[in-house]
Write a protein that binds this ligand. Structure first.
Ligand SMILES: C[S@@+](CC[C@H](N)C(=O)[O-])C[C@H]1O[C@@H](n2cnc3c(N)ncnc32)[C@H](O)[C@@H]1O
Length: 220
């Protein structure tokens, strides 16, 4: 994959279709998508999406649907991006659901962190170009297990994690308060295979991991 994370370049990429999202994002999602890089992650995802063609993306942690919509942004430019997004409870908003139904976004309620489900879907999971993981509670335990599984299975795509700088005691979406920290999870990952994108992503932390960065052409 070829990606350029230069802020001015990314800004220039996304301006053409921004208004199209007004009816699809939730109202908060639309506000967040217009924030500066380094505030929320949607703008970064829209800019990534504009640079990809004929790829498939796996998202784990759909919530209201905003991040999947941002990741599919390049489809407004005909980029042919297919997204499979998973959650374990249905928190999808009606506006997002309508958008999913008429676009290349497939929504499933299934737990890919369950070892049996993951093994059943192994070939499919390993075939995605990008995997975005953003699950509650944000503790870094399941994330680390998944990361090791992807490494053991020689996954060479990009893995993006949200909220990598969250500490202990975080609560969201009626999940229990965190007892482990995402910061510790991020700290355990070898420097050579990770890149902190918080400065252009989500203020709570956006991290990218790849077991073979040489396979991709990424400029910052
Ligand atoms: C912070 S929200 C995701 C936000 C969304 N990615 C965005 O950026 O707009 C976290 C979501 O993870 C979901 N979740 C928790 N455990 C999960 C699992 N094992 N698989 C998939 N989703 C999970 C929660 O139900 C919740 O909707």
């Amino acid at each position: 994959m070829k990606l350029n994370f230069n802020k001015d370049y990314m800004e220039s990429l996304i301006k053409n279709y921004e208004l199209k999202l007004k009816d699809h994002f939730t109202s908060q999602g639309f506000i967040d998508s217009k924030q500066k890089f380094g505030t929320e992650h949607y703008k970064l995802f829209m800019a990534i999406s504009m640079q990809l063609k004929n790829v498939s993306i796996l998202e784990i942690g759909t919530h209201n649907g905003n991040s999947a919509i941002a990741l599919s942004y390049g489809n407004f430019a005909g980029n042919n991006i297919k997204i499979d997004t998973y959650d374990i409870i249905d928190l999808l908003q009606e506006c997002s659901r309508n958008f999913f139904n008429k676009s290349n976004i497939n929504y499933k309620l299934e737990n890919l962190f369950d070892i049996n489900v993951r093994e059943t879907n192994k070939d499919k999971i390993l075939s995605y170009d990008i995997i975005f993981i953003d699950i509650d509670p944000h503790e870094g335990i399941l994330e680390y297990e998944m990361l090791n599984w992807l490494k053991d299975n020689k996954y060479e795509g990009l893995i993006i994690f949200d909220d990598i700088h969250l500490g202990l005691g975080h609560t969201a979406n009626n999940y229990r308060t965190t007892e482990h920290s995402m910061n510790d999870f991020w700290g355990k990952i070898n420097d050579e295979i990770k890149k902190d994108l918080t400065y252009i992503g989500h203020h709570s932390g956006t991290g990218m991991v790849c077991f073979n960065f040489d396979k991709h052409e990424i400029t910052y």
